[in-house]
Design a protein around this ligand. Structure first.
Ligand code: CA
Length: 477
């Protein structure tokens, strides 16, 4: 049975890649359908019936999971203030369950002065824009009732400049002074991408901040900072009950002779990894190590640091294949992915909240290409992550606010996102591009996604591709 499923899945992969080469060179009409048949109708899948067949270890539930990344501010506004919230996500859990989603990644949910939330002012609280901690716990409980896990963004590298730690640190000698990295004079050395990394504070000294002057880097050589990171971890895993974390900017936590991917960085993650597993061995962590897979691999290959890490190479390769009508790079990256991540602990995605949306990266035959991209994502070895709105073909190109616009649920005013004034204008195409317009239409992108997700959920071989090799060992396809 298992072998048959694996053969079946490899045949599907071949079919998908063949579809890839067939669709791309010609101008297929936008309604072109790949080889996978959409599911009959979706209402409510029965994940429990299928779960019985899944042979993978229950400890590694993430290999069986299809994740969906949500920017809370933009998903669904339940109270009409124009800002998406926890209760809005709870309202939409049935939609997510019917789509086949079994894991959610919520972008930062902590209080923050910024709309995006990546500069945190309190790691132990919920962002009041999004609701109360009780609202969040209710969401978590309702998600768990539907067998949907929730992981949250954990911003370990830096705090907000408005965080009380940094405000106190402005006084040399204060308790939190060494939580940050200070110099008396400007070192003038650049950050990891060559940008300015040292800024003058109101105390006349210079602090290290690689992303933005409002995001001072924490100093992980200070034991209290490591302790705080652990306490925050314990709070969310034990007191609140989340299922894990997406770790932001994980290459840059600890600097030594190197300012990215340093040995000290790996040591700290091993220390932190041992800590969170001691609290909950089933907690899941996925890291944003935005680099090539050769440098991503050490974050997960020892099984002591993170459980998974994002496969940026595959994102690039999917987009490249569809834009150049040439799958050479894609085939190479799929093969090296299998080689480098034999446990399928690579987290795959087409685009995320830092990239132009996939529909805005294509010129012609956008929907056909989006369907092929979906097919690659959901059949490739690894853990798939979708970005909210990707399943209906939402558009958006930078600046960042425009790749994080409100979800388009319907053609009603406010797009079914909000009864008030949305925090950010909704895309003009919402009367046509929305969930209601596509649900139940077997030719739609949404139903194509649903069919692929159901297929993946139903076939263990697509989740745990401990690979069979059809002809020669190095060429699984
Ligand atoms: Ca709201």
């Amino acid at each position: 049975m298992k072998n048959w499923l694996k053969i079946h899945s490899v045949l599907l992969l071949i079919a998908v890649l063949t579809a890839c080469t067939q669709i791309m060179p010609t101008e297929t009409p936008p309604t072109a359908r790949p080889t996978v048949e959409p599911a009959e109708t979706p209402p409510t899948p029965s994940p429990t019936a299928e779960a019985a067949e899944i042979p993978t270890s229950p400890e590694k539930w993430w290999n069986e999971t299809v994740f969906y990344e949500i920017f809370v501010r933009s998903f669904r506004d339940s109270d009409g203030d124009g800002i998406g919230d926890f209760n809005g996500i709870t309202e939409k859990l049935d939609y997510l369950q019917a789509l086949g989603i079994t894991g959610l990644w919520l972008m930062p949910i902590n209080p923050s002065p910024s709309y995006h939330g990546y500069d945190v002012t309190d790691y132990y609280a919920a962002n009041p824009d999004y609701g109360t901690m009780d609202d969040f716990k209710h969401l978590l409980e309702q998600a768990h009732e539907r067998d949907i896990k929730i992981i949250i963004d954990f911003v370990l590298n830096h705090t907000s400049a408005k965080h009380p730690w940094f405000q106190a640190a402005l006084t040399p000698g204060s308790e939190t002074y060494n939580y940050y990295v200070w110099r008396d004079t400007d070192p003038g050395t650049p950050g990891p991408w060559g940008a300015q990394a040292w800024y003058r504070a109101s105390n006349g000294q210079y602090y290290y901040a690689i992303f933005w002057d409002q995001m001072p880097d924490l100093n992980y050589n200070t034991p209290e900072v490591r302790e705080n990171a652990k306490q925050i971890t314990a709070f969310w895993l034990e007191d609140v009950g989340v299922d894990g974390f997406r770790l932001d900017a994980v290459r840059y936590l600890v600097e030594d002779q190197k300012i990215a991917d340093s040995d000290s960085n790996h040591s700290f993650l091993a220390e932190w990894g041992a800590y969170y597993r001691s609290l909950n061995p089933r907690a899941f962590t996925v890291g944003e190590a935005w680099t090539d897979n050769a440098n991503v691999k050490p974050y997960i290959s020892t099984d002591t640091e993170l459980d998974a890490a994002f496969n940026f190479d595959l994102s690039d390769a999917i987009l490249d294949a569809l834009n150049t009508s040439n799958n050479t790079l894609l085939r190479f990256v799929l093969q090296t992915t299998i080689r480098d991540f034999p446990d399928q602990d690579n987290a795959n995605f087409i685009t995320n909240h830092d990239m132009n949306r996939v529909m805005s990266q294509f010129s012609a035959n956008k929907e056909g290409k989006a369907k092929v991209a979906a097919a690659i994502l959901l059949t490739a070895p690894g853990i798939p992550f979708m970005y909210y709105g990707e399943e209906i073909g939402m558009s958006g190109a930078k600046p960042d606010e425009l790749i994080r616009t409100p979800m388009q649920w319907s053609n009603d005013s406010g797009a079914g996102f909000s009864n008030g004034t949305p925090w950010e204008p909704i895309n003009d195409d919402f009367p046509i591009v929305n969930v209601n317009a596509q649900a139940g239409d077997p030719t739609s992108l949404l139903e194509h996604y649903r069919a692929l997700i159901q297929l993946r959920n139903a076939h263990p071989a697509l989740q745990d591709l401990s690979l069979i090799h059809i002809s020669e060992p190095t060429r699984p396809y």
